[in-house]
Design a protein around this ligand. Structure first.
Ligand code: IFM
Length: 450
């Protein structure tokens, strides 16, 4: 069965993970430029200084996208490349890079989807308190205006913020991502509120500044809970687990998306966090729930539950030797059925999978090619589940594979290879992997080849 006629097939990457040129053409520092300098912060002391050197090789990379037949490419913008101090002065050379990249994509009939923030926060703003500063939502809105004014004559798809759960929890609570902080709950809740305000303000700026009709989304991540059995009770337990702040804390997708789509924080979260909540002004939810067009979501895995003899939901034990990727994440294709089904039911918005993929142990074979059958099988299984969700009535509008190419995987450095294009990080050479040729057929047949 095919996917819907206008379904969008793409791949994604992010500025700090691929661009390199970390200190060139007037770019300012990001928190990741600083974090990677800290002893023990990143495996192998890897940095994004050069990464895939995409800043200089973008034309070649667009040709590779074209060869794979991508219809869309999700890129992110490095905020400090464009605004070296995070606010105020614009670095024209930095802005010009994105201008050229967008032209190159469009000339090759590849639709750009721009993510405004994928974690490389300007260091100069971090020194002023970063996301804790009450001005931080406004800083983000101003930066958004610079980008949208420049690119919206050609770009119509915008994603405000990528995976707020990750940079808040890993970066500000656990200290294992930039900026490496270990803050208390009151600060974390203030940050999460500021991030939501930033999203809402940016959404308004995008719509008001754009030179054409736009489509706006956000890209939170989730590990949806899915039922071991398809009984009504099991499905209800999975639904409750998916949207449980009690179980998932600030990772819960509804802590972020209820304010955006429903204009309020979820009840269980409000009870649990009652003592730590920041001051929330009456108008805040009006700002946060600025209308947006699609529910973007990054899904790699989910967790399975069953009901015990007392009817309580408990984790279903994973089979001994269960399938997992090179990063030890379990392979759970059902997440791409149940996640979108639950989100669509709760929020009624079209769903776009803004990231899905796997880290694999890829290397160049003696024949000079990169064979990655696991990635093909993984993507095949996940896409079939997504297709099933569509057949059952969920409005699914697109899929972006993570990632276009192997890249800097944050605290894991270059250890994890998520790409459909292999990158030799010593020479910069790229090799299209088998999975990308397979994906090309999927795209050409709009999913019928699955
Ligand atoms: O590489 C990351 C990406 O930056 C955000 N989503 C998950 C990917 C794999 O860990």
């Amino acid at each position: 069965m095919k996917f819907p006629e206008n379904f969008v097939w793409g791949a994604a990457a992010a500025s700090y993970q691929i661009e390199g040129a970390a200190h060139e053409d007037g770019k300012g520092l990001s928190v990741w430029d600083m974090f990677t300098r800290q002893e023990g912060a990143v495996q192998n002391r890897d940095t994004g200084d050069i990464a895939c050197n995409h800043y200089y090789r973008y034309k070649e990379d667009v040709q590779l996208m074209k060869e794979i037949g991508l219809q869309a490419y999700r890129l992110s913008i490095s905020w400090p490349r464009v605004l070296p101090e995070g606010a105020g002065r614009v670095n024209e050379k930095g802005l010009d890079f994105y201008d050229r990249l967008i032209d190159e994509l469009l000339e090759n009939k590849i639709e750009p989807y721009i993510t405004l923030f994928h974690w490389d926060y300007p260091y100069e703003l971090y020194k002023k308190g970063g996301w804790l500063n009450p001005d931080s939502p406004e800083w983000f809105a101003e930066y958004t205006e610079v980008i949208v004014s420049k690119l919206s004559d050609r770009v119509k798809n915008w994603i405000t913020i990528n995976e707020p759960q990750v940079f808040v929890n890993l970066g500000h609570k656990d200290g294992v991502h930039a900026p490496g902080l270990k803050l208390g709950l009151d600060d974390l809740l203030q940050i999460s509120h500021n991030v939501l305000l930033a999203h809402g303000k940016a959404a308004k700026v995008i719509r008001e500044t754009s030179k054409q009709d736009v489509r706006i989304g956000m890209a939170p991540c989730d590990s949806p809970v899915f039922p071991a059995k398809n009984s009504i009770e099991n499905i209800q337990a999975a639904r409750e687990g998916t949207f449980s702040v009690e179980q998932k804390g600030l990772w819960a997708i509804n802590w972020w998306m209820d304010p955006v789509f429903l204009g309020k924080y979820p009840e269980d979260g409000l009870k649990i966090y009652e003592k730590y909540l920041p001051e929330i002004k009456d108008e805040d939810f009006k700002i946060i729930s600025e209308p947006i067009d699609f529910f973007g979501v990054n899904i790699y895995q989910g967790s399975c539950i069953k009901l015990d003899e007392k009817g309580q939901a408990v984790p279903a034990r994973k089979k001994t030797g269960y399938p997992r990727n090179a990063y030890y994440w379990p392979i759970t294709p059902e997440a791409l059925y149940w996640g979108p089904s639950f989100y669509y039911e709760r929020y009624g918005k079209p769903v776009i999978i803004t990231e899905n993929g796997m880290s694999n142990v890829d290397w160049v074979s003696l024949d000079g090619k990169v064979h990655d059958p696991q990635r093909i099988d993984f993507t095949n299984r996940y896409l079939k589940e997504l297709q099933k969700a569509g057949a059952d009535g969920v409005d699914i509008q697109g899929y972006f594979h993570w990632s276009l190419m192997d890249n800097f995987e944050w605290a894991q450095g270059y250890l994890e290879r998520f790409g459909m294009i292999y990158v030799d990080f010593e020479t910069g050479e790229r090799i299209i992997k088998d999975s990308a040729y397979w994906y090309k057929k999927v795209i050409e047949t709009n999913g019928e080849a699955l």
